[in-house]
Design a protein around this ligand. Structure first.
Ligand SMILES: Nc1ncnc2c1ncn2[C@@H]1O[C@H](COP(=O)(O)OP(=O)(O)OP(=O)(O)O)[C@@H](O)[C@H]1O
Length: 326
């Protein structure tokens, strides 16, 4: 595996003291690495620093082992697609893609070939002669990605590219992006605050909090072995039970439980009362009260009928994690 991006001891402080600090991150060639975290945690600042749009305060950025820390964006082998796409309104789709190739002095025949290949891969070849405002949001998004990819960047930087699209198109766009990424074998750094999007797209996820990276791992590592309460609560659903001493928290996912009979109650079995029973589609969700705490459990599709409101239940937790409060 070759390393495409290496970030060491990076910080970027704005005048007001906000920013990112102590960022160390390695991204391998062909990975989709997602920067995930709530608004204001520094995802965009880190992405812009990689693209050269921010002057960093300390640290180094190496792309393909070359130090680019002090290089301007146009000198870096990266291309960033911004949230608003920034397509050129007065240029056709074809011309939008052609502009950068012209600057690179690619011949007319080659330009045409590369552009049409890209538009075909993105499924918008019929739109070549149209103007951006004649396209749907999803099509505009494809043009923005195509305009970046036709220049063959070493790393494609995407800042919440789907935030303006509706839920169904978002899912479709993610799948398309994954396909194209595999086909072209490019490296992508993707910013999102949407954990589901991160889980679906990423080779690895870097979870950020208050300007720092808290944990980096594959989606399943992050989901199954969150490092602390913050990561555990940010990704997926998690129940937390405070223990008697108050310093430790026991955590379990709603799907890591099994409903059992009172006789079968053993270790890690809890007694609770159902407060609400809902069918969620392919599973049921039970909201239950356990002494003073309200938690949720996922159960089989028809469980909502067998365990209506007020039912007393026993459930066994099959996977429990302990975290220290902090
Ligand atoms: N140009 C700037 N000048 C001063 N502070 C800034 C600037 N840009 C960002 N910040 C601050 O730096 C912190 C990180 O911002 P950043 O935009 O990187 O976060 P983010 O995780 O991308 O959030 P969002 O998802 O809302 O874009 C925030 O506290 C933000 O207010």
């Amino acid at each position: 595996m070759t390393v495409k991006l290496r970030i060491a001891g990076l910080s970027k402080k704005y005048e007001n003291g906000d920013g990112i600090q102590d960022i160390n991150l390695t991204v391998n060639s062909g990975e989709i690495l997602t920067l995930l975290g709530p608004s204001g945690c520094g995802k965009s600042t880190l992405l812009r620093s990689i693209g050269g749009f921010e002057q960093v305060t300390t640290g180094k950025i190496l792309i393909a082992e070359k130090d680019v820390t002090r290089q301007p964006p146009e000198k870096r082998p990266t291309i960033m697609v911004f949230q608003g796409y920034n397509l050129w309104e007065r240029m056709t789709v074809f011309e939008n893609l052609e502009f950068g190739l012209k600057l690179r002095k690619i011949s007319k025949t080659k330009r045409k070939q590369q552009i049409m290949e890209m538009l075909t891969m993105l499924g918008i070849e019929a739109m070549a002669a149209k103007y951006p405002q004649q396209l749907s949001g999803g099509q505009q998004q494809r043009v923005a990605i195509g305009r970046a990819l036709v220049l063959r960047p070493e790393i494609l930087l995407l800042d919440e590219p789907y935030s303006a699209l509706d839920a169904k198109i978002r899912v479709q766009m993610r799948e398309e992006l994954k396909k194209i990424q595999r086909r072209l074998q490019i490296t992508i750094i993707f910013v999102t605050h949407d954990q589901e999007e991160a889980m679906m797209l990423s080779t690895r996820i870097a979870v950020m909090k208050k300007g720092e990276i808290v944990q980096v791992g594959t989606p399943s590592e992050i989901y199954n072995n969150p490092k602390d309460i913050y990561v555990a609560s940010f990704i997926g659903e998690m129940n937390f039970l405070t223990t008697d001493d108050g310093h430790e928290v026991q955590a379990f996912r709603p799907e890591d439980v099994r409903l059992v009979s009172e006789q079968a109650a053993g270790e890690n079995t809890f007694h609770a009362t159902v407060q609400q029973s809902t069918q969620m589609g392919h599973y049921s969700q039970l909201t239950v009260k356990l002494i003073e705490q309200t938690i949720i459990l996922f159960a089989e599709k028809d469980a909502f009928e067998s365990y209506p409101e007020g039912t007393e239940i026993f459930f066994e937790v099959r996977k429990m994690q302990n975290f220290t409060k902090g």
